[in-house]
Unconditional design. Structure first.
Length: 97
């Protein structure tokens, strides 16, 4: 999730929610660690190969937060993951020179 979307969701909840239930903030989308690594590699222009150690545990089967309640309240993320990674990488490049 892009940091500006999280900040927007926090402000949205302060303005529109006063209940006692915890609210998950997420995009409702999930991807594997390998899919995320490949997406980051594509954004930064890395053309190496990924080597997986399949003898090790996979980790959690699912990592997606259920943000149904937040979406029912009317909030939606504005930036998809790929664009968020691109924006973050561009920001990093401007500060690392």
């Amino acid at each position: 999730m892009y940091v500006n979307d999280f900040a927007h969701a926090a402000v949205f909840l302060m303005e529109h929610y006063s209940g006692e239930l915890a609210i998950n903030v997420g995009t409702g989308e999930e991807l594997t660690i390998l899919e995320l690594a490949k997406l980051i590699a594509q954004v930064v222009g890395w053309n190496g190969r990924f080597v997986l150690d399949t003898s090790k545990p996979d980790g959690m089967a699912r990592k997606c937060l259920d943000s149904t309640l937040l979406k029912r309240l009317g909030w939606q993320p504005r930036v998809n993951l790929a664009d968020g990674i691109r924006r973050t990488y561009a920001w990093f490049l401007t500060r690392s020179q």
